[in-house]
Design a protein around this ligand. Structure first.
Ligand code: NOJ
Length: 448
């Protein structure tokens, strides 16, 4: 069977500033919450810090070379707020601006479409000290940062995302597994509400700039939960809770339907964790967007008896439930239909992330990542089906260009299609990189 994708389908790879750049304290960059969190005992699996990572701050030209070799049409990356505005607000750092100017210029020269995220989890620590997302002033701070980016890079970045996976702010403020390491449900809910208002205000600001080509959207990951034992009240509740109260529903309802869902609101009120919502906030949050970015990795079948174990595993894995062999990637078709039918997302959709960490005893094994190829195919097949069924998916980004700093899992979880040698900073293509080159070249693949 041949899986041929639509003409002009955008094949890409993704990374994020904190995970690849390094140069953590160079040329005026200040500490982010992850630079600080990583230094807390026990926060990162083996206690590693993201000071150097893949050293992309110095090696971005090498990285553009890798992108060219892959033949990707687009590269998804993020800006580091701490590099652009080291104090979080106020003075702009020219070296930070220069770095991204060079990166974007290089991409353009190579004919690669820049897809940039404004905020991918790395708040300047200077703002955390002032209350971070818990402080409503965050809206002002974020807008200032977004405006600096729009004014410097506006039209050169074809696709802008206000936020990547806002759930990370929940994980970092309610569960404590991510930076800044806080465990306070009520506080977390307030932070998320502020984040959503930041998103809405930034979209409004973006519209005022009247860019001709640039588009704006948001990236929300969907790990859809289903009851493992259909009809079992505990499993049913677990799935509902994980979807609506502590999962994607927290974002998709306000972003696309203009309100928090009833079940979510009821739960927050009953547990006295509802955020303060000001007049006009919900209208601000629900802006018309140009695209929706879906980060899709897996679907989960909840069995409450296993719930506790799963939570522990998730913590260890760096916030990701990639606990194969329970692979339910076929549910992508259902997820995409849900986006369109339940959440009325009638704008182009991009799979902004998908990938798998693949382990190995040694370098040779790590380079021979057939598991990753099989997994990606298991996602591209349902994706192809959904497109045939009429869902408007315009592109797919593999996470990630190269092995990098996988948050709480440190350098242990290798998601790259290039192997990163952290000693020499050499990037070596894995089997999956060669395979992806062919997929891109053929705009699809054949499977017997
Ligand atoms: C989620 C995040 O956006 C990205 O930063 C992370 O590395 C991958 N998915 C894999 O967990």
């Amino acid at each position: 069977m041949k899986y041929q994708f639509p003409e002009n389908f955008v094949w890409g790879v993704a990374t994020a500033a904190q995970q690849i750049e390094g140069g953590a304290f160079e040329d005026g960059r200040s500490a982010s919450i992850w630079d600080v969190f990583a230094r807390m005992p026990g926060a990162i699996k083996h206690g590693e810090v993201p000071d150097v990572c893949c050293d992309s701050y110095h090696r971005y030209e090498t990285d553009i070379g890798l992108l060219k070799k892959l033949g990707v049409k687009s590269y998804r990356f993020s800006f580091s707020w701490s590099r652009i505005i080291p104090d979080g607000v106020g003075e702009v750092n020219p070296a930070g601006i220069a770095y991204y100017k060079n990166l974007i210029r290089g991409l353009k020269e190579a004919g690669i479409i820049p897809n940039a995220t404004i905020y991918h989890w790395d708040l300047p620590y200077a703002l955390q000290v002032r209350g971070g997302f818990g402080n409503r002033d965050m809206i002002k701070w974020y807008l200032h940062y977004a405006e600096v980016l729009f004014d410097n890079f506006g039209e050169d970045v074809d696709m802008w995302a206000t936020f990547n996976e806002p759930i990370a702010v929940y994980v970092g403020h309610a569960l404590g597994w991510f930076a800044p390491g806080i465990k306070d449900e009520a506080y977390a809910r307030q932070c998320l509400h502020h984040l959503l208002v930041c998103h809405g205000e930034a979209v409004k600001l973006f519209r005022k700039k009247n860019f001709s080509n640039a588009r704006i959207g948001i990236v929300v990951d969907v790990w859809k939960h289903y009851p493992a034992r259909k009809g079992d009240p505990d499993d049913e509740w677990a799935a509902l809770y994980n979807n609506e109260i502590a999962g994607y529903g927290m974002f998709l309802n306000p972003l696309f339907l203009g309100c928090y869902s009833d079940v979510h609101m009821k739960y927050m009120k009953e547990n006295q964790i509802a955020p303060v919502i000001r007049e006009g906030d919900m209208e601000t949050i629900c802006q018309k967007l140009d695209f929706y970015g879906l980060n899709f990795y897996n679907a989960i079948f909840d069995n409450v008896e296993e719930q506790e174990r799963k939570k522990q595993e998730q913590a260890k894995a760096g916030g990701n439930y990639q606990d194969r062999p329970e692979c339910h990637t076929e549910m992508l078709v259902d997820v995409l239909h849900m986006l369109v039918e339940k959440y009325k997302i009638q704008i182009p959709i991009y799979i902004t992330e998908n990938g798998l960490p693949v382990d190995g005893e040694n370098k040779e094994e790590l380079l021979n990542d057939q598991d990753r190829i099989d997994y990606v195919k298991s996602v591209l097949i349902p994706l192809h089906k959904a497109i045939e069924e009429g869902i408007d998916v315009r592109g797919y980004y593999l996470w990630s260009l190269m092995d990098n700093f996988e948050w709480s899992a440190g350098f242990d979880a290798r998601y790259g299609i290039h192997y990163t040698d952290y000693e020499t900073q050499e990037r070596i293509p894995k089997k999956s990189a060669f395979w992806y080159v062919d997929v891109i070249r053929n705009n699809g693949f054949e499977e017997v």
